[in-house]
Design a protein around this ligand. Sequence first.
Ligand code: 9MR
Length: 645
Amino acid sequence: MNLFLPFKNEPKINSKRLLIASILFLLITSTSQSQTLRDIAPNGKYIGTIVNGNFFNNQGNNGPNYEGVIAEQFSSIVAENDHKFENIMNNEPSDIYDINTYNINTNKLDRLIDFANVNNIDVKRGHALMWYNQAGWLNGAAADWSREKIYTFATNYITKVISYRAGEINEWDVFNEIISDNNDGFRTGTWYDNVVADGKTVQDFLDHCFVVSRNALTAALGETEGNKVKLYYNDYSIESYDTNPNSKNGFMRNMISEMVNRGVPIDALGLQSHFVSPVDESFTNSISQTMDEMIGLGLICNITELDIRICNGAAPASAAELEEQRDSYERVAAMAIAKEGCTGITLWGFTDAHSWIPGWSNGECGDALIYDNDYNEKPAYYGLASGLSVPCLNNPTVPQAPFSGTPAVIPGVIEFEDYDLGGEGVSYSDIDLSNNGESDYRDECDAVDVVTEGSETIIGWLSVSEWLEYTVNITQLGNYSFIISTAADVGFEGEGSIEVDGVDVSGLITFPSTGGWSNYQDTEVINIALNAGEHVLRFNVESGSFNIDKMTISSSTLEIDNFDLNANLKAYPIPFNSTLNISYNDIERTESLNLLDINGRKVLNQKYNNEAVIKMSAENISSGMYFLQLNLRGSITKIIKVIKK
Ligand code: 9MR
């Protein structure tokens, strides 16, 4: 569940997990690297790095074991510069309108793919098809092109590159860094400015590039295989959540969600993640919120260029700084990899011997990666490995069953933390795979975010689309009121709903801000009709952020115990709205039911129809008090008072 919790409990890396990780690494170091980063990463998720052509294939100063470390540690690679425009298309085509005149340098694609294939590296990323930077002759030429010429160029260039050895590159950054750094929307001052013409916008151009990419892939590979290649939008300084819609993050979230809504074929968002050490928990919580929102749109959201620099002038990093960096790598990796919608983390290099950071920062910052200049693992390596090791990730689920062994009784109180046994996707759905709450109340691998504070146990970090299920025993058919106790800090609120056996019984319930994550308030929902017997009740999180404590469920059915026929008559809901339900345990004796107004005039009539519950349709009568008259066989009449809402 998301980042919200009672303020007293700051989320921490699970201490049990740290213990497991430490044991794991004692094992690693004592068994000569038997477990590498790629082994530790959860099943189905990759850990990647860039490869730099200058150090590749023994070109230049490739260090002691440049390719050896890549092959041993990583399950994904991406070229640092080789696939950028300036390196892939050295010369301007003689005719921009003729794709046959586009010559691309395929050596650079071949080199990456072949190296990956030989070394069992599963995921090959392509970076980046469209980018204003490192674009060689294009920047000068396209500055004079019309909108239509740029569109044609983009179509031909993308088609040419993405179709080459199609299917062997698993992911492409279709567009890189199109958003401005000045909180003012799309980047300006590049040749993209020329696409704003004839009523078209930069957004149209962005959409066009995704459509062209998908079309080229499906043309080359067919629908099924073509759709498997993941198409990314990739950018920096978009990682942490910002409620300001004009901020880079706010603009990006809006841009991506509109693209998804319009059906643009985008599969993934790349958070570059060039960070400064130390990275604290409030920062990773904020990134987590961005990731959850993007994953909620059905996208993959991956970390695509991770490095965490130490900025101390030219000084060598101290032991304390390296420890902080270790924790920073651990935090970022643990937060991201546990999410179902995060399929991988890519580092922007692995050794400090080859990193863009010192050059870019004029020597102010450096030491950003996980191996030092001499290819020794730094504390950051172990931090990353610890973050990647999610002990419960591949835990099998078990059949659904009540938490306490017996179903919760309704009417009664259900504590939210007593959700059923079963696991992710069976008895609950939680957006991340660790228990942010660190409570010992349930099994460690039951990864819903349970928080224990003193004698109170609650669930925090709720996110849209999460749900929890409870096997319940409803003692009698009738109408119930639910009092739900929730908390949300100033500025937060949320919505939920209740389903029984897959049917919505409550509609949207709004939970207000209560002024604090630990200030619980009751919200009452009345007139929820429930059938008797064993059922599965589900609580859905529909929107917002709030903590949940318990549901108190009581009967709001009108019962008359001393009914003449000893019949336990029930009429519900009281007050009723569109339908009044009537039942009693000898209902077959009913001849008919009349609803009489206060003056004794009959306003509705209903015959018994062999159902266990007689339903009177009361939509068209006005609010107020009525008398329900039951006419039973044997000329017995019974009258009770009911109220229409
Ligand atoms: O690491 C790349 C460096 O060698 C290049 O000189 C630089 C040019 O801008 O690009 C670096 O990689 C960038 C990546 O392609 C996109 N995101 C930011 C990366 C760091 O600048």
